[in-house]
Design a protein around this ligand. Structure first.
Ligand code: SF4
Length: 347
């Protein structure tokens, strides 16, 4: 069981739910743009948001951003310890640093003192792309080097009496990410933020993230997750929920299962499934909906769905828990199915 750490108005670690993080990709100094993006991400189900703080203006913007959002805000800092301090003083609920690139120990101590006085946790973010040289020389770019780097950074914070720590070990290699997070969990109870960094774009990014994050969560490792893709962060959040739904760790939204179709299909299954997903994209209540291409195998193949549709040539059958409820004209199938979904959501 990992330690419990408070981040703003929420908590992670221990028995707390696994929370979904994302990161803004607009300029942090552009307060309106960043607030709009965070609010959109929050509607999609984002529970913790991180923003890059690369200069003083960004750090000062945090307090204004905080006034207009509801989820904890994490400041991502590299190199400049003064920006870490300014971020905390401007309301960051957590900071993410790599103590190895913050500078001398006394600078790290100054950041720690500030974090302590504001009760703000620090995430030690180890990335396989920026490992300490001595560890790389001895162990190569390996999970062992990543774990030792994390331990070194954690011990530096602990040396100053600081234990309000979250750790992440990320690599663009799925296997390296999995192995390093597993090994770290064997030697530490600090909560882990997990994700495959630089996972790629679209399909490749989602697959890398799902395998990396999914494998770890299935082993009970991971207290917060981030799907990192090159693209719209809102899609990261939807993908993160899909991972949690798939593993039955948390449930949110309309989960549409649909058949791969074959020669028996009576309707355009993909189009109908996509229309339903689109209509209920930010639904928070959970329901499993099946869209099946034929009445022969459809109901049987989707018995564990709450509600479904199995299509015939002109008419389709709407069923609940595999039992037939009504026959509908294909031209009205979408509307009637949505009416039935709404009734179930309200029940
Ligand atoms: Fe084919 Fe019907 Fe199965 Fe879909 S549900 S794959 S159309 S047999």
């Amino acid at each position: 069981m990992t330690n419990i750490i408070k981040i703003g108005n929420t908590a992670i670690g221990g028995d707390n739910p696994i929370l979904i993080q994302s990161m803004t990709n607009v300029d942090t100094a552009d307060i309106d743009a960043v607030v709009a993006q965070i609010n959109e991400l929050e509607r999609a189900g984002c529970e913790i948001i991180r923003a890059s703080v690369y200069d003083k203006e960004c750090a000062l913007a945090l307090s204004k951003i905080k006034e207009r959002i509801n989820i904890p805000l994490v400041a991502d800092i590299h190199f400049d310890y003064k920006l870490a301090i300014a971020s905390i003083e401007n309301g960051a609920d957590k900071i993410r640093i790599n103590p190895g690139n913050i500078g001398s120990d006394d600078r790290v101590e100054k950041v720690v003192d500030c974090a302590k006085s504001h009760n703000v946790p620090i995430r030690v973010g180890v990335n396989s792309g920026s490992l300490p040289k001595d560890l790389q020389d001895e162990y190569g770019n390996s999970p062992k080097a990543m774990v030792l780097a994390a331990i070194r950074h954690v011990e530096l914070l602990e040396k100053f009496g600081f234990y309000n720590i979250v750790v992440s070990l990320k690599s663009s290699s799925v296997l390296k990410t999995i192995d390093s997070c597993i090994e770290f969990s064997k030697v530490s109870d600090y909560p882990q933020h997990i994700g495959v960094t630089e996972a790629g774009s679209s399909r490749q990014g989602f697959i890398n993230a799902a395998i990396g994050i999914g494998s770890l969560l299935h082993k009970g490792i991971g207290d917060t997750i981030r799907v990192s893709i090159s693209g719209d962060p809102v899609q990261e959040v939807y993908a993160a929920w899909d991972i949690l739904n798939a593993l039955h760790l948390r449930h949110r939204g309309i989960n549409v299962v649909s058949c791969p179709t074959c020669a028996r299909k009576g309707i355009d299954v993909e189009k109908l499934a996509e229309r339903i997903k689109h209509k209920y994209i930010n639904e928070t209540r959970f329901l499993k909906v099946a869209v099946m291409g034929c009445v022969v195998n459809g109901p049987g193949e989707s018995k564990d769905a709450d509600i479904g549709i199995a299509a015939g040539k002109d008419y389709s059958v709407i069923f609940t828990q595999g039992e037939k409820q009504m026959k509908v004209d294909n031209t009205k199938a979408f509307d009637i199915l949505c009416e039935e979904i709404d009734k179930l959501l309200e029940s």
